[in-house]
Write a protein that binds this ligand. Structure first.
Ligand SMILES: Cc1ncc(COP(=O)(O)O)c(C=O)c1O
Length: 401
């Protein structure tokens, strides 16, 4: 297979993985890091680490400027009007937990929180638990035949009792873009907050969150070629102002006395304690790297790879794709073969894929399945990766059938 990637050599881990006989096709779980990110991380540590915002010395000033430059970079990359709309968290999961606590006072007994049937646990369980804490009802939007959130059903179920709508932009199982702008508009009409899980979607294409119209949007740095332990929560200014702080400590407080305290507004008011300084700086380097890529060439490469993956799967007997993924991944099952057995044999041949229910157990239950195999792609994936995957798949299926 041709399909070479001009970006592969920017990611030193790929040569290391090649040397270990590993073909990395688990990019929806986490992505490898470009050299630019590794350099930014080591420069920060080698030149002198320092805490941000609090000190007057040179290393602190340098760290603070780099940290805040990332906030500005994220705001620009995602179409936020102001960097004050960008809160750094420890990941997408933490962002949803922050929201579920921050919005708690807006949800009462008998109110409704609306999620969809395809949510990742990260954007389901915080809302499920909030509903339990407040005596509210969790409403689950059904999917249509293609596995997309059913807009007609959503229009009926998002109503005057809805306080929060939380939906995924791109399913980590079905690989399909969801109509989040339309859903956010339905929520807005009812005066409900809209939350979009961008953990998978943020990685593919460019996004204009102001145009998308949601109140909140969250993603993790590590899937976007940045370091682990960092996430981003974007909020519309009025939506952020409606949030109560959820973690208390240094950085987020304006004034404190023994019995009471006053807190900062967003973003600082939601960044209690020492933030992941190196990680945020690394995320800034990842965004700079991504912004420097030829977006059209990248989209073409991703589309060609994805088409090759789908064609290869479709050409093999007994393989059942889950839905019709739009981009970047494919989940599948094989007739008469358990996904765990297949994953084991693929792993033995150095193929790094993900098997199981992909942190979306309720979705799998609804589909009547106990799991599947997921292959997921990145800009550095190339035709050789796919060829090795298909060879290993054929060998594994020969053994298992
Ligand atoms: C759709 C979706 N939402 C949320 C998450 C949670 O991301 P993290 O574990 O980085 O917080 C993931 C991670 O796999 C995901 O795929």
């Amino acid at each position: 297979m041709t399909l070479s990637s001009p970006w592969r050599t920017d990611f030193p881990a790929l040569a290391a993985l090649d040397a270990q006989g590993q073909t990395y096709l688990d990019n929806a779980a986490t992505a490898q890091k470009p050299r630019a990110v590794l350099k930014a991380l080591s420069a920060y540590y080698l030149n002198g680490a320092a805490n941000v915002h609090r000190a007057q010395h040179l290393p602190a000033d340098r760290a603070t400027r780099a940290f805040e430059a990332t906030r500005l970079g994220v705001a620009r990359a995602f179409g936020a009007a102001s960097p004050a709309q960008i809160v750094f968290t420890r990941g997408a999961t933490e962002a949803f937990n922050l929201l579920a606590y921050g919005l708690e006072r807006h949800v009462g007994a008998g109110d409704e929180i609306v999620v969809s049937a395809l949510e990742h646990h990260a954007n389901l369980l915080p809302w499920q638990q909030l509903a339990k804490r407040r005596g509210a009802q969790l409403v689950v939007l059904p999917l249509d035949d293609r596995g997309d959130i059913d807009l007609a059903a959503a229009a009926q179920r998002i109503g005057p009792r809805t306080r929060v709508l939380a939906v995924s932009q791109l399913s980590n199982v079905l690989g399909r873009w969801q109509p989040v702008a339309e859903l956010a508009a339905l929520a807005r009409r009812q005066g409900a907050f809209s939350v979009v899980d961008g953990a998978q979607g943020a990685v593919h294409g460019r996004h204009d969150l102001a145009a998308l119209g949601c109140d909140f949007y969250a993603f993790s740095s590590h899937k976007l070629f940045g370091p682990e332990g960092v996430g981003v929560l974007y909020g519309r200014e009025t939506a952020l102002a409606a949030l109560a702080p959820w973690q208390f400590g240094g950085e987020m407080v304006r004034e404190a006395d023994y019995q009471d305290a006053l807190f900062h507004d967003a973003p600082m008011g939601f960044e209690a304690g020492t933030p992941p300084v190196a990680g945020v700086i690394g995320l800034g380097a990842a965004l700079d790297y991504l912004n420097g890529l030829d977006a059209l060439a990248l989209a073409d490469h991703e589309a060609a790879l994805h088409a090759a993956l789908l064609t290869g799967l479709a050409g093999r007997d007994g393989i059942r794709l889950l839905g019709e993924p739009h981009t970047a991944l494919a989940c599948f099952r094989v007739d008469g073969v358990h996904h765990a057995d297949l994953a084991h044999l693929l792993g033995e041949q150095g193929i790094a894929i993900r098997a199981g229910s992909h942190c979306a157990m309720p979705l799998y239950r609804r589909l009547g399945l106990d799991g599947a195999i997921r292959v997921s792609l990145a800009p550095y994936t190339d035709g050789d990766d796919l060829q090795r995957f298909f060879q290993a798949l054929d060998r594994a299926l020969e053994l298992l059938r």
